[in-house]
Design a protein around this ligand. Sequence first.
Ligand code: DAK
Length: 258
Amino acid sequence: MAYETIIVDTADDVATIRLNRPDALNALNQMLLNELCTALEEADASDKVRCIVVTGSEKAFAAGADITEMADKSYVDMTAQAYFQNQSRRIEQIRKPIIAAVSGYALGGGCELAMMCDFIIASDTAKFGQPEINLGVIAGMGGTQRLARYVGKSKAMDMNLTGRFMDAEEALSSGLVSRVVPAKKLMEETQSAAQKIAAKSLLASMAAKDAVNRAFETTLAEGLNYERRTFYGLFATQDQKEGMAAFQEKREAQFRDK
Ligand code: DAK
């Protein structure tokens, strides 16, 4: 499919989706989010894809929702159009693992999009922030909710109330990102992580994603029950037999997603 605001490249079991509005630092507008959702859904349905990477440019992952698109909207417009609501839900429904590779600015909706991915690999130039307060509004797609779960109340309040940016080092030490790599190595390291994930049983990696996400939606006791039942369920797969046989036979497992 031909896209105007993203570039999709699928190779070696990994779909890489690059946000591509360079003139606006990849600001998220309706078209970009719709195209991103379509590309994610296509990757989720494709038997050529076992892991997805979402990235931006060297200067910006995304500098937020497009202020130009929003500026003149009224409360009624926002509510009637359910602005960005449907797209958030579509992203949450993706079952395959998604890595966000972040270089430069990940602000407002950009930071929120990165947090909707399963984990974030940041370049040492990355800057995260929820500066919506400077525009007279607040975060609208997880900046008060997911950020608080990632980094705790104090830092989430600090970021949302002062609008200050967090650099890569602080993002790492506070748990927002899983690793920081030199800017020049960002895509190499991300592709290497994606290849590692792609080599696993897709049934197991989708189950792992689902189970970790469950931790944020339920009590510990219910979450542990869910995890244990999912674990038992994987013993119905050929991939479990293959994975454990390969360990015993001291060879690489050949998973077939069956
Ligand atoms: N929207 C539109 N255009 C943007 C933009 C944005 N968010 N960010 C940058 N640009 C544009 C600039 O206007 C400029 O365009 P020209 O003037 O060249 O035409 C171009 O990108 C380059 O930007 P700068 O010239 O400003 O570049 P600098 O290096 O000087 O500064 C910056 C980079 C990232 C610090 C600065 O551009 C900046 O502060 N940008 C705005 C950051 C921001 O406030 N982000 C939050 C936006 S509000 C919702 C869910 C979520 C949201 C909304 C609703 N629902 C579920 C309802 C999310 C809201 C937001 O994200």
